[in-house]
Design a protein around this ligand. Structure first.
Ligand code: MSP
Length: 488
């Protein structure tokens, strides 16, 4: 089965921060999990380079938009290897192949009769690159996301006839209750649609940094339409000489933050319908990372968790684990260095790391390093036999936090099992040799299963541990601590 998963493409007007890394890491976990299950996976991320926010930021720095885009796109791209991200392609919306395909698709939307010319006047947020509708605007004409004052703008635009998709979108939502997940975001999107859709502007006349409108090159497309189409265009040119569209479209999951819900859950399906293209199966909406003080993370509040500091002190795997474990995926959650340290020490080092090192040490001490051949302890069998299917079911619903909790319950169960069986006592009693064999065999098999299931979350450490565990029935090798103690 093919599984196509995407992150939003990130604006190049700013430096990457933990919020971007968060979406990318979660998407990476889901992609790795699906690969492990043998699915045919394609994982896309990239940068959103056109439009007003980028043009403004470039001007402020005395640069051409393209110069700023080139510089910052490199920074986002360079994060991939640092964060150990397994994306299959990195799209830049300034790629000529993307530009050409945006023109083709939107020309089709035009030819299908969904575009008209009109006068636009409205309240505009330059940071969102978005005109706000009345019920979104905060008191004092301020942006609901950036809280900055909106500007009154009017210009001649091409419009996308979004309002004519009212019925089709209502039907989509009724027939596919899991088109938007989790349910509270489905309700939010549904309420936006039910409140009545207005047409949206499809082009800008005063902007030049964008994709030219093919039927009227004095205009460029409004950046959101250009940006959304990345999910579709990338497949056509990600592999030179090969078009992956038939293999991977429509997308299985778009993973996004809640700030860009309206674009992905309302504009995007309508645009695809207008272009006669199949719709993605799911849009999964996650929450915001908050500072340790419970407020939205921002540089000015000084409550930002620096991913590089986490990586430097605890490693990349610990950062992935921490983000998937501490903030329920789909909800808002506070993050901070103190919480990273606690999770690292109490769970990674003391629970999982310790389970790994004591299991290997006991097999070495009592059985010369070869895991005994014995059946899995029937007492634990029930709890372990169902785990793989449970994890798969949760991952199918893009619930990596819940899946991790299920895995972790078994990490704890195996540690309790060690205490219950007390292999060091069994080893003293020759009559208990069979019991000791079974205990060690259960520990090794259980640990191997847990480590395989943890591998999408912590690819590097789990690879090391799987190496030490060797092939089933084979020889185990020694292992330096997986999660060594850190200096205070
Ligand atoms: N370029 C648009 C998206 C176009 S997609 C076709 C955009 N870019 S962005 O750089 O602002 O990144 C937005 C995404 O970054 C959010 O949707 C979210 O996934 C992630 N996050 C940015 N800040 C965040 C937090 N503080 N917390 C969690 N995620 C956040 O919007």
């Amino acid at each position: 089965m093919s599984f196509y998963i995407t992150t939003p493409i990130y604006y190049v007007n700013a430096q990457p921060h933990l919020g971007h890394a968060y979406t990318t890491i979660a998407t990476d976990v889901l992609a790795r999990h699906m690969r492990q299950r043998g699915e045919d996976v394609f994982f896309l991320t990239g940068t959103d380079e056109h439009g007003e926010p980028v043009a403004d930021a470039a001007r402020a720095q005395g640069l051409e938009p393209r110069e700023l885009a080139d510089r910052n796109a490199e920074r986002f791209k360079a994060l991939g290897p640092v964060l150990d991200i397994s994306n299959d392609f990195f799209i830049r919306t300034s790629d000529p192949e993307h530009v050409q395909r945006v023109q083709e698709v939107l020309q089709r939307v035009h030819d299908n009769g969904h575009v008209y010319k009109g006068m636009y006047e409205g309240w505009y947020c330059p940071r969102c690159a978005d005109f706000k509708v009345e019920n979104e605007i905060l008191e004092g004409n301020r942006c609901p996301i950036h809280e900055i004052e909106l500007t009154r703008e009017s210009e001649e635009n091409y419009f996308f006839a979004l309002s004519t998709f009212q019925d089709a979108l209502e039907r989509l939502y009724t027939e596919h209750p899991d088109f938007v997940m989790p349910p509270h975001h489905y309700n939010e999107a549904r309420a936006f649609i039910d409140s009545g859709l207005q047409d949206v502007s499809l082009s800008r006349a005063r902007m030049h940094w964008g994709v030219p409108v093919p039927w009227d090159p004095a205009h460029v497309f409004y950046v959101w339409f250009d940006a959304l189409l990345n999910y579709y265009t990338a497949l056509a040119y990600a592999r030179p000489g090969e078009d992956l569209t038939g293999r991977f479209w429509p997308a299985s999951y778009h993973i996004i933050g809640k700030d860009i819900l309206k674009f992905h859950t309302v504009f995007w399906p309508a645009l695809l319908m207008a272009a006669d293209l199949p719709l993605p199966h799911h849009v999964f909406v996650h929450g915001f990372l908050l500072g340790a003080d419970g407020r939205k993370m921002s540089k000015s509040l000084g409550n930002v968790l620096d991913p590089f500091e986490v990586i430097e002190q605890y490693g990349t795997d610990a950062l992935h684990f921490y983000l998937m474990r501490d903030v329920p995926f789909g909800a808002d959650g506070a993050v901070g260095m103190e919480a990273v340290r606690t999770r690292y020490e109490s769970e990674l080092a003391n629970e999982y790391g310790n389970l790994a090192s004591r299991t290997i040490a006991m097999v070495q001490r009592y059985r010369d390093g070869t895991a005994p051949e014995a059946d899995f302890d029937p007492e634990l069998d029930g709890e372990f036999a169902s785990l793989e299917a449970e994890v798969a079911r949760l991952m199918d619903r893009a619930e990596p936090t819940q899946a991790l909790e299920q895995i972790w319950r078994r990490v704890r169960r195996l540690n309790r099992y060690v205490e219950e069986q007390a292999p060091w006592q069994l080893a003293k009693d020759p009559a208990a040799a069979g019991r000791l064999d079974q205990t060690l065999a259960t520990l090794v098999a259980g640990l191997r299963l847990l480590t395989e299931l943890l591998s999408p979350y912590m690819p590097a450490s789990t690879e090391r541990l799987l190496g030490a565990l060797g092939a089933p029935g084979g020889q185990l090798s020694g292992l330096d601590p997986l999660f060594p103690k850190r200096a205070e």
